[in-house]
Design a protein around this ligand. Structure first.
Ligand code: HEC
Length: 146
C-alpha cells in the first residue's frame, strides 16, 4: 500500500467513527463541537472518496466540502474555548492546558483545507494527505483514542 492510499484509509476510518459517537450528548457546547467535527469528518470522507475514485471528482461538490472544512476549522477555537465536558466527549484536558498549541493546530488545519487542490485525483490525493496529517496530529494529543 503506498503512502497516499494508507493516509486515505486512515482518513476514512477517522471520518467513519463520526456518525455514531454523539447520540445522547447533553452538554450543548460539547454537542456543538462534536457536530462541527462530524461535519469535518463527512467532508473529509467525500473528498477522500473523490481522491480514490470511489465517486466522481465533482468540482462544485469538492469546493463545498473544502469550504465546510475551512469554515469549521476556523470555528474550532471558539467551539472548544469553554472546557465543557460530557460523558460522551472524547476531548482530553490537555486542550485547555496547552491551548495555544491546540488553537495553532486548528489554524494549520484551516490552511491545509484552503490548500486543497482538486485539479485532478492526483493533486487531490496529495493535498488530502497534508490535510489528514493535521487531523491525526491533533487527535493524537487531544482526543481519547478509542
Ligand atoms: C485542533 C485539533 C483538531 C483538529 C485539527 C481536528 N480534530 Fe477532530 N476532534 C478533535 C477533538 C478534541 C475531538 C473530540 C471532541 C469531543 O468529543 O468533545 C475531535 C473529534 C472528531 C470526530 C468525532 C466527532 C464526534 O461526533 O464525536 C471526528 C469524526 C473528527 N474529529 C474528524 C476530524 C477530521 C477528519 C479532521 C481533519 C480534517 C479533524 N477531525 C481535525 C480535535 C481536532
Amino acid at each position: 500500500m503506498n503512502r497516499t492510499k494508507h493516509a486515505l484509509t486512515i482518513l476514512t476510518i477517522c471520518a467513519a467513527t463520526a456518525a455514531l459517537a454523539h447520540g445522547g450528548v447533553k452538554d450543548p457546547d460539547v454537542k456543538a463541537r462534536m457536530d462541527a467535527m462530524s461535519a469535518i469528518g463527512k467532508a473529509t470522507q467525500t473528498l477522500g472518496d473523490m481522491a480514490r475514485g470511489k465517486i466522481p471528482l465533482h468540482q462544485a461538490k469538492a469546493r463545498m466540502a473544502r469550504d465546510t472544512l475551512s469554515l469549521n476549522a476556523a470555528k474550532i477555537p471558539d467551539l472548544f474555548e469553554n472546557p465543557a465536558t460530557d460523558p460522551k466527549s472524547e476531548a482530553l484536558p490537555a486542550i485547555w492546558e496547552d491551548w495555544s498549541d491546540f488553537a495553532g493546530r486548528a489554524e494549520t488545519m484551516e490552511q491545509a483545507a484552503l490548500a486543497l487542490d482538486f485539479t485532478d485525483r492526483g493533486t487531490l490525493s496529495t493535498t488530502m494527505r497534508d490535510l489528514g496529517a493535521t487531523c491525526g496530529g491533533c487527535h493524537k494529543r487531544y482526543r481519547i483514542d478509542k
